[in-house]
Design a protein around this ligand. Sequence first.
Ligand code: 3HC
Length: 329
Amino acid sequence: MYNQSLDKGPLKDDGRDQDEDRRIEFEHNVLAGYTVEPKDWMPEGYRKTLIRQMSQHAHSEVIGMLPEGDWILRAPTLKRKAILLAKVQDEGGHGLYLYSATETLGVSRDLLYEDLLHGRAKYSSIFNYPTLSWADVGVIGWLVDGAAIMNQIPLTQCSYGPYARAMVRICKEESFHQRQGFELLNEMMNGSEKQKEMVQNSVNRWWWPTVMMFGPEDKDSVHSKESRTWGIKRVTNDELRQNFIDVTVPQAEILGVDLPDPDIRWNEERGHYDFGEVDWTEFWRVVSGHGPCNRDRIEAKRKAWEEGVWVREAIMAHALNEKVVDRHG
Ligand code: 3HC
């Protein structure tokens, strides 16, 4: 536990900024594996970048409910409907854990939501693509949740305690998400030609947007250097992307699907799969709000926020009433 009083101490008698010393000590401690807790002293930049990343992670989870939610009423069997319902509910729960973890940094959930609805906060690019067929539900589970697991497991070792602990629970549920997606596709790939065609078409549409999920290349990553110094990011964007491709290519072979990248081939020397050039223009186009579904996703969240006013007011009134009853016994 890294404990420092919250108040800013006076300047040292030699005039050096005491916070500079604290920052150096802070960085030394987080890299030595100390877990920072909400009441600990932390550099303002550390707090700010955590709010940025954690809130955008939470936004990604709740917006991630929309693409698959479109298929709950159209699931082909009761079993598939029950599995999809459970998964979409999980994503909502992940968002709530992460909003709660972000609030420990002294920021309100309402403000975070305002930032999302007004385009001041991002969410994962991957959720700006449409789910055009039932196979997309399987591919999202297999590829998107597979990528999420790759990206989220290192976050269980993040230097900020509330984030790391939220990740432990989330990663356990992500594993179910990925397995159910793979199993759904395996069933379809053992089905009719039409079903196999549907799966291949879906993989062709989702493969590259999934590879982009890991963020820009390390050379273009704005936050990686600082995030690694502060023990927030333990593995770089490029390393995570490469790990994901290395584990997914053999899975595609087992499923019997082709990945839409002719440059994928095992490189014995590197001990990794080589892969083709990512279309970064497409990535930044989608990240900057011009993807196929960006507008719909935000509109859906704005509608939910406005239609949910009465729920929030009722909960606040109930909580207030409880407080009054407690006080007067
Ligand atoms: N989509 C949207 N924006 C992205 C992005 C993506 N896939 N990748 C990067 N960006 C943004 C960053 O947010 C940053 O913009 P900002 O300064 O406005 O926040 C900018 O591009 C530069 O990227 P950096 O690499 O410098 O940013 P980070 O160091 O934050 O790395 C990240 C990006 C790897 C996504 C990192 O933020 C991260 O690991 N976040 C936590 C995990 C997460 O959010 N995953 C999203 C998916 S959640 C999910 O899949 C749910 C599952 O249940 C389906």
